[in-house]
Design a binder for this molecule. Sequence first.
Ligand SMILES: CCC/C=C/C=C/C(=O)SCCNC(=O)CCNC(=O)[C@H](O)C(C)(C)COP(=O)(O)OP(=O)(O)OC[C@H]1O[C@@H](n2cnc3c(N)ncnc32)[C@H](O)[C@@H]1OP(=O)(O)O
Ligand SMILES: NC(=O)C1=CN([C@@H]2O[C@H](COP(=O)(O)OP(=O)(O)OC[C@H]3O[C@@H](n4cnc5c(N)ncnc54)[C@H](OP(=O)(O)O)[C@@H]3O)[C@@H](O)[C@H]2O)C=CC1
Length: 318
Amino acid sequence: MFLPQRWILQARPWTRALSQKEGGRFPPCEGAMLLPGSFNNKVALITGGGTGLGRAMTTTLSSLGAHCFIASRKLDVLQKTAEEISTQTGNKVQAIQCDVRDPRAVAACVDQLVELAGLPDVIINNAAGNFVSPSERLSANAWKTITDIVLNGTAYVTLEVGKRLIQAGKGASFLAITTIYAESGSGFVVPSAAAKSGVETLCKSLAAEWGRYGMRFNVIQPGPIRTKGAFSRLDPTGQFETSMIGRIPAGRLGTPGEIANLAAYLVSDYASWVSGAVIRMDGGEYVSMAGEFNALQKVSPEQWDVMEAMIRKTKGSS
Ligand SMILES: CCC/C=C/C=C/C(=O)SCCNC(=O)CCNC(=O)[C@H](O)C(C)(C)COP(=O)(O)OP(=O)(O)OC[C@H]1O[C@@H](n2cnc3c(N)ncnc32)[C@H](O)[C@@H]1OP(=O)(O)O
Ligand SMILES: NC(=O)C1=CN([C@@H]2O[C@H](COP(=O)(O)OP(=O)(O)OC[C@H]3O[C@@H](n4cnc5c(N)ncnc54)[C@H](OP(=O)(O)O)[C@@H]3O)[C@@H](O)[C@H]2O)C=CC1
């Protein structure tokens, strides 16, 4: 006897994912976690720091005393963010226009940063480009655009800053933001998945090679977090969000402030023994998608009674 298919497939009230408004099962706690002044006298460069997660990480580092530089293509957006964060935290935040796909622009950006504040102590490779698309619809330029921003951009920034740090005999902490599908791969975001995997390999490799120069490299893999930049390109109709929340055991999306606290820890001196680490922060989404039997959480207690009786009745295997 087989269980009716609808038993397994229908979502039940007891498995309903709590909305973000309801706080999920684990409400977010977003205030800066480290001690005040943890980044006093530290200089931080955050690519893509004008919006979304980059903005949140900049706000946290700045509130902890860092002198932050945010770099991306849109100078007006960067300047507005820099001013707002600086007003909020009382610390300097400066904007530098830079398209990370262009190694000369990256060199000019680092020149400007060094001129204004010296070599950075913290470098966060956060800038990214992405959109969902069936791979058969991608042009060569679409592939190049995403991989240039994500993988080459990260490499240009890392090499430009890293070489200068080596020459100056100064250490630093690097952090890259990838995502959970850098590990699993994912259809419909293939250029991003391939490039993010490359970023992780770059970081792990340099953690091994450049540790001797006092440089640390770590990676955060966030799960879904509602930002305009990401969700407008990954969930344009808004229909995907509910199913995303449904498979996150914590019952909600992540928040930028949560990523910012982990980022601040990883680039801080408290994490000086952490290097080459890739840390997933996704409310449990990755493991919930991976386990073949996880869908059984939709089975009700009454249905379990029936299933258990059936299983117990089975004797032997032939
Ligand atoms: C949910 C959990 C996991 C989540 C992971 C999230 C990962 C993220 O990375 S979210 C970050 C999202 N943020 C951004 O993407 C911000 C920056 N993005 C952009 O600026 C643009 O979206 C773009 C990446 C396209 C870059 O803009 P740019 O002006 O430089 O490029 P375009 O000239 O517009 O396009 C370049 C080629 O790509 C083709 N293309 C653009 N959009 C699409 C699309 N939706 N589908 C297919 N192809 C697309 C475009 O046609 C160009 O190719 P070609 O026509 O051959 O010249
Ligand atoms: N939100 C989410 O659910 C998740 C996000 N992530 C990762 O988090 C990071 C931040 O994403 P999020 O904040 O959501 O999205 P945003 O779109 O807000 O952030 C992307 C940033 O990258 C900058 N950028 C894009 N292209 C370039 C370029 N060529 N040169 C320099 N800067 C560029 C953009 O600024 P500008 O347009 O001014 O250039 C923007 O500030 C990304 O690495 C993303 O992959 C990972 C997992 C989940």
